[in-house]
Design a protein around this ligand. Structure first.
Ligand SMILES: Cc1cc2nc3c(=O)[nH]c(=O)nc-3n(C[C@H](O)[C@H](O)[C@H](O)COP(=O)(O)OP(=O)(O)OC[C@H]3O[C@@H](n4cnc5c(N)ncnc54)[C@H](O)[C@@H]3O)c2cc1C
Ligand SMILES: C[S@@+](CC[C@H](N)C(=O)[O-])C[C@H]1O[C@@H](n2cnc3c(N)ncnc32)[C@H](O)[C@@H]1O
Length: 471
């Protein structure tokens, strides 16, 4: 929760003190130790529904709480990691960690606002296959956490995964045996951070924000961290981080949270190491902290590519010379998550404009035998008159914005898949303000250029008459 240090408003009432964030690096290190055991399982849940190399973003890396696991994930796919944090000191520790892990070549640590990184990714079209944000997106750090989730979701490549991990601090047991006092202290702590205890910006709404951002297959996993106070890691985290934060919350906002004088005195006895009834003296003391991992997947707007496709539910690899994979039109178990549609025979596509050509290409890539037919010359219908632009600028919010983002991402995917595609057959312009380079700016006369009428399609294996290049 130390991520709030830049933005938390000083609380009013009681002493009026905001949380003490002067030991942020210690906190991050102890937190990393405490949660180390669940980072492997958490990160291994983040498998994009596309082949590597994977581009991984660690948004708000801190001192690199999950960097070792994220680096392994990227390394296994031949990909890379970009770790960003606002805090230069924390980023320095994370950078040292990448050197220790001998990952200097594939991991970059940058001091930056994650929203700036999102803006850059949108402008360049260099999307992420995995985005990890652990204890970063919550209302004390961002006034509009739902919008931040939407921004992160907007720079996921199709099939990419967003993982929002949260230590679920306020639902943990750090004072077992004293539940009423602990609940009151929780409320006091929320007040010190100035975070809402209700409503659409409540910190427990990560899953809702993901769904609102248009992510599919939004899921919750609970990864418990628990141990006795005799475990030095548990004791270190509880005594050095949790209880001091609780002591502060009682002093600063205890009464505002409804604590009586007796409650404040009792909390003092339990949390003061000098007290004879200090909770740390309890030989049977323990801590339970259920870590939450929310994951959501960016949709695959059209057809999944060949044998790499997997069903999100059953995880079965789609083996289909005869089957065709279409997403997300097919429904599975009531939600639009299952991309599989079976077809037992060859497919005929009528009309070789851009729509028929695209359908043919993707069907053939998915393994279908496709015949594309046209009454006249391929590409001579409306497609021949099109400016063939994808306007990525202008609309930044709402459904049209999401459509534009998807179209831009799809365009870049096609660019990668078809590096030698005839650009004059279907020439796409992605218009983004402030983007350097010929593709980023509309050049004088661009709107007057037309797809070449003489463009000839390459015949493709699996595609028939007038087939527009497929494989
Ligand atoms: C001036 C202009 C500018 C545009 N600019 C843009 C732009 O910048 N960005 C953008 O996204 N969109 C733009 N559009 C829209 C875009 O061009 C069309 O939406 C798109 O080309 C439609 O493609 P299509 O494959 O559906 O149709 P078509 O290209 O018309 O293809 C249909 C094909 O089907 C064939 N056909 C028809 N009937 C039969 C039949 N019975 N049997 C066999 N074959 C048949 C035809 O011969 C034709 O080849 C523009 C449109 C115009 C007119
Ligand atoms: C609680 S820490 C978690 C760090 C790390 N993810 C981990 O699990 O160990 C939150 C981190 O997010 C960073 N942070 C908060 N807002 C940020 C922003 N807008 N951009 C980048 N980093 C941010 C903070 O500086 C802090 O290091």
């Amino acid at each position: 929760m130390w991520d709030a240090m830049e933005t938390a408003q000083p609380a009013t009432g009681d002493t009026g003190a905001a949380p003490d964030v002067s030991r942020k690096i210690d906190y991050l290190a102890l937190n990393r130790e405490f949660t180390a055991g669940v980072m492997g399982p958490a990160v291994s849940a983040l498998t994009p529904e596309r082949d590597g190399p994977w581009r991984v973003l660690d948004a708000g890396t801190g001192t690199g709480g999950a960097l070792p696991e994220l680096i392994e994930l990227a390394r296994g796919s031949g990909g890379s990691v970009l770790a960003v944090d606002l805090d230069a000191d924390a980023a320095e520790v994370a950078h040292t960690l990448t050197v220790t892990l001998d990952a200097g070549d594939l991991a970059e640590v940058r001091v930056a606002d994650l929203r700036e990184v999102v803006r850059e990714a949108r402008a360049s079209g260099e999307l992420f296959d995995v985005i990890w944000a652990a204890d970063v997106v919550w209302p004390a750090a961002f006034g509009d956490p739902d919008a931040v989730v939407a921004k992160l979701a907007g720079v996921l490549a199709p099939g990419g995964v967003l993982g929002l991990f949260t230590a679920n601090y306020y639902q943990s047991m750090f004072l077992p045996g004293h539940s009423r006092i602990e609940r009151l202290i929780r409320t006091a702590s929320e007040l010190t951070w100035g975070i809402p205890s209700d409503g659409p910006a409540h910190y427990e709404r990560l899953g809702a924000w993901m769904r609102q951002a248009g992510l599919e297959d939004v899921r919750l996993r609970v990864l418990p961290v628990a141990g006795p106070m005799t475990d030095p890691v548990v004791r270190g985290y509880v005594e050095q981080i949790v209880w001091p934060e609780m002591r502060h919350a009682v002093a600063a906002r205890g009464r505002a949270a409804g604590m009586s004088d007796d409650d404040v005195a009792r909390a003092g006895e339990l949390l003061d190491p000098g007290s004879p009834t200090y909770a740390g003296r309890d030989p049977d003391g323990y801590a339970v902290a259920p870590m939450l991992l929310w994951t959501g997947v960016a949709g695959q707007p059209y057809l999944q590519a060949g044998g790499a496709a997997r069903c999100r539910r059953c995880r079965r690899r789609a083996e289909h010379r005869k089957r065709v994979v279409i997403a997300p039109a097919a429904r599975h178990g009531g939600s639009v998550t299952h991309p599989r549609l079976e077809s037992s025979g060859p497919v005929i596509v009528v009309g070789a404009g851009i729509v028929g050509a695209s359908i043919t290409y993707h069907l053939a890539r998915a393994g279908a035998a496709v015949t594309l037919v046209d009454a006249g010359q391929p590409g001579r219908g409306v497609t021949a008159s099109s400016f063939a632009w994808i306007g990525a600028s202008g609309v930044r919010t709402g459904p049209a914005a999401a459509l534009r983002r998807t179209a831009t991402a799809e365009y870049h995917r096609l660019e990668r898949e078809l590096p030698r595609a005839p650009r004059d057959l279907v020439r796409l312009a992605v218009l983004e303000p402030n983007r350097a380079g010929p593709r980023g700016r509309l050049r004088a006369g661009d709107h007057r250029r037309r797809p070449s009428r003489g463009a000839r399609a390459r015949p493709a294996a699996g595609a028939g008459v007038g087939g527009v290049g497929t494989r």
